[in-house]
Design a protein around this ligand. Structure first.
Ligand code: KIV
Length: 250
């Protein structure tokens, strides 16, 4: 069964998909052993690991470096990787970039926006493609921030049409980021492939989060829609302070 068929079957069986991000071996291994369905080596790497302001300057080489570590830590879950900004401007460039991610261990690649030509080229080459609509982090500089999408009728109509276009072009799933919840739910009802929401309500066929947001590891930045399930920054710093104390006063 192809990855796309597996995802469609999950949707038909009303099995919600739980996806998270990882960028290194130990996190990937912990997620995998916990039963996560898919691990995304997202270009959120830039903000979460590399200390950049956004995802724009993340390179293909950086994604590949982290993807290889994630692959080593993953036995059971699917692994997907983001095509970074500027690496899929033409079908030929997209094919080279996507093949590099597949060679490094990705089962699927994810790209942002309504780009049916690029998606069709990748899908026809046998590459599983996850779409990404709604708030597109690779457009954050043009848009001047992370804003909810699909609140006006006009925006909602475009989103609904784009989601259908992505499915027709061959996507195996679509991430809906910061999409007005009723519109995300409507798109999810209309598509055969699963939608994976982030900040888009509970009507999607699955959810994805940046793992450090879920774990409360980066308290200096928490998107408003995230409800952390842990506060790992506190025990982390407590352990470090204890270690410092013990080292200084043996
Ligand atoms: O880069 C990323 O981590 C993502 C997900 C949060 C959807 O695109």
């Amino acid at each position: 069964m192809t990855l796309k068929e597996t995802l469609i079957l999950a949707k038909k069986s009303h099995r919600k998909l739980a996806w998270l991000t990882a960028y290194d071996y130990p996190s990937a291994r912990l997620l995998d052993e916990s039963g996560i369905d898919l691990i995304l080596v997202g270009d959120s790497l830039g903000m979460v690991v590399l200390g950049l302001n956004d995802t724009i300057d993340v390179t293909l080489e950086e994604i590949i470096h982290h993807l290889k570590a994630v692959r080593r830590g993953t036995k059971r879950a699917l692994v997907a990787a983001d095509l970074p900004y500027g690496t899929y401007k033409t079908p030929d460039q997209a094919l080279i970039s996507a093949r590099a991610l597949i060679t490094a261990g990705a089962d699927a690649v994810k790209l942002e926006g309504a780009l049916p030509g690029i998606i069709r080229t990748l899908a026809q080459a046998g590459i599983e493609v996850i779409g990404h609509l709604g708030m597109l982090p690779q457009q954050v500089r043009e848009e001047g921030g992370y804003h909810k999408k699909g609140k006006s009728d006009a925006e909602a109509e475009v989103l609904i049409k784009d989601a259908q276009t992505l499915q027709d072009a061959g996507c195996c799933a679509i991430v809906l980021e910061l999409v007005n919840a009723p519109i995300a739910e409507k798109i999810s009802r209309e598509l055969e492939i699963p939608t994976i929401g982030i900040g888009s309500g509970t009507g999607c066929d699955g959810q994805i989060l940046v793992t450090s947001d879920l774990m409360g590891l980066q308290p200096w930045f928490r998107p408003s829609f995230v409800k952390p399930k842990a506060d790992l920054a506190t025990p982390f710093q407590k352990a470090v302070r204890e270690y410092i104390q013990e080292t200084r006063t043996p």
